[in-house]
Write a protein that binds this ligand. Structure first.
Ligand code: MSP
Length: 512
């Protein structure tokens, strides 16, 4: 039985359309899902939309439509964006789906019956942007550090979850499982939060103030707090999977989020799981923020990057490459058009794109597109190139396993550079001119064909469309990208033909 593994993205609020930030987490999850599938694992990959709560109700009201109607529209945009972008999620969850609502009510009832939910009164400072209360010490100059707005004071009777009952158990788990929250900087941040006694979590909103939510099963005058509802998606999203398999996925659940939502995922969520009697997830992987140039990305500043526009203008893989190459997972990074264009032109147009064109052009010019056989053993320089790919593969896998996407790409690009060096050193363009050297020229191009096939295989998790295009250009079956590769020099059948070159990454010219 293949090993099971489960990847999730946050479920995105439907008050904004997909942008660079959402795309980054989704592309990271997609890359991991593809990488683990290529390693023979049985992957379940979940994404979706978070549709209840004040924030959505307010936005719908501003738009002048019912919340559900509004949520249907934006959720549809998320779903179709990921489809158009070839994201390989196995399921797309909406918190307005019936099975999710039923699951949330079941968990609420269970936790209520065992006494971890009680009724009481609470006053606190609430940020609608974050959909949570803030303690004074968490505020910066009295404002929410994320939204830079002053929270509003809310005092009302509500239901509370005794989060503090599970604080010790959570702390122990974090200490005993070093990979529970990564990178470690975020783990330390969570340990900092857990140094203070946890306050109970307000998990309801009176319907008189907010009706857009899941009704509490034990009091129909209240709806469930949006985070309690949303976090449970990670379990309800497996509802369509059979029991034993579901448990196996859950035991290997990896959540991907940015640093904005560490507290709900590292404190609320595990304590809810402990209270409801579920095992804890395996790991929470936290990445940094994409900023636009110097400033924080925001809808109001109008500096939003849309994935579909990027796809239209530059192709999706150019965008994926930049996102994965220019952010070290865990650290912040900044998106500027100049940085994007510079990377695109240097690494994709001049690097990979140019290599593919060059090899295919030579193959056509010298041998009418037909790959020539390799007679006997590979020569020294051939073996060196083959070794460069073996090293790149080993290292790229090590880096992908620990989410160091930028380093994995660096390794693969080292192998691509080795191909350029090989072309210079073996000079097939000279050999072709001399009758007695032509066969060797053909062998060199065969070896380069092998190198491109390996490149396609290595980049598949990171740049899936390009992997397929390279395979097609080489005349090999893109469906077999992750199949074990035959020996170098022996992988193409006699008479195998490659396609004429087509530009993979046309250079981006900057208008002055
Ligand atoms: N609905 C909640 C999550 C509930 S999960 C149970 C939510 N939604 S959100 O739409 O605001 O998405 C936040 C997430 O979007 C971040 O954690 C991150 O994955 C992604 N990003 C949004 N903006 C981002 C950047 N500027 N940079 C990087 N990723 C960010 O929070």
């Amino acid at each position: 039985m293949p090993e099971k593994i489960y990847f999730t993205t946050p479920i995105y609020y439907v008050n904004a359309e997909p942008h660079l930030g959402h795309t980054y987490t989704t592309v990271v999850a997609d890359t991991l899902a593809r990488f683990h599938r290529s390693m023979g694992r049985d992957v379940f990959f979940l994404t979706g939309t978070d549709e209840h709560g004040d924030k959505i109700a307010q936005t719908a009201e501003e738009t002048g439509v019912e919340p559900k109607q509004y949520a249907d529209r934006i959720s549809g945009i998320f779903r179709s964006t990921w489809e158009t972008c070839g994201i390989s999620n196995d399921h797309f969850i909406r918190t307005t789906d019936d099975y999710h609502i039923a699951f949330v009510r079941e968990v609420l009832q269970r936790v209520y019956e065992q006494g971890d939910i009680y009724f009481g009164e609470y006053g606190g400072k609430y940020c609608t942007g974050c959909e949570r209360f803030y303690a004074d010490r968490e505020l910066v100059d009295g404002k929410c550090p994320d939204h830079e707005t002053e929270p509003v004071w809310i005092k009302e009777e509500n239901y509370f979850f005794r989060m503090g009952n599970y604080q010790e158990q959570l702390l122990r788990h974090i200490h005993e499982n070093p990979g529970f929250i990564t990178p470690s900087g975020y783990k330390n941040e969570v340990l900092g939060l857990l140094r203070e006694p946890l306050e109970d979590l307000c998990i309801s909103r009176p319907k008189s103030r907010l009706s857009w939510g899941i009704e509490l099963p034990f009091d129909d005058s209240y709806v469930c707090y949006v985070w309690f509802d949303a976090l449970l998606n990670y379990l309800s999203g497996l509802s369509h999977v059979k029991g034993a398999e579901r448990d196996a996925y859950w035991r290997h659940a990896h959540h991907l989020i940015a640093k904005d939502i560490v507290k709900p995922h590292a404190v609320f969520w595990p304590t809810i799981l402990l209270a409801a009697g579920f095992p804890l997830y395996k790991s929470l992987h936290v990445h940094g923020y994409w900023n636009m140039g110097e400033s924080k990305m925001s809808k109001s500043l109008g500096n939003v990057i849309r994935p579909l526009e990027m796809r239209e203008r530059f192709g999706l893989d150019g965008f994926r490459y930049f996102l994965l190459r220019d952010m070290a997972f865990g650290m912040d990074s900044s998106f500027t058009e100049d940085a994007f264009i510079a990377r695109f032109n240097a690494d994709l147009s001049n690097g990979l794109g140019n290599l593919v064109s060059r090899v295919l052009s030579m193959q056509h010019k010298y041998f009418d597109g037909e790959l020539q056989p390799v007679a006997g053993e590979l020569e020294g320089l051939d073996r060196e190139l083959c070794q460069a790919f073996t090293t790149a593969e080993t290292k790229a896998k090590e880096h992908l396993a620990v989410l160091a996407f930028h380093l994995a790409l660096e390794e693969i690009w080292r192998a691509i550079a080795a191909c350029d060096k090989y072309v210079v050193e073996t000079a097939p363009f000279k050999l072709w001119k001399q009758e007695e050297q032509r066969a060797r020229g053909g062998e060199i191009l065969h070896v380069l064909g092998d190198a491109l096939r390996h490149t396609a295989r290595l980049i598949e998790p990171l740049m899936p469309e390009t992997a397929v295009r390279i395979s097609e250009l080489l005349g090999s079956d893109p469906g077999k990208l992750s199949a074990p590769t035959p020996e170098w020099g022996k992988s193409f059948a006699p008479g195998h033909r490659v396609s004429k070159p087509a530009p993979l990454f046309p250079r981006i010219e900057i208008e002055s």
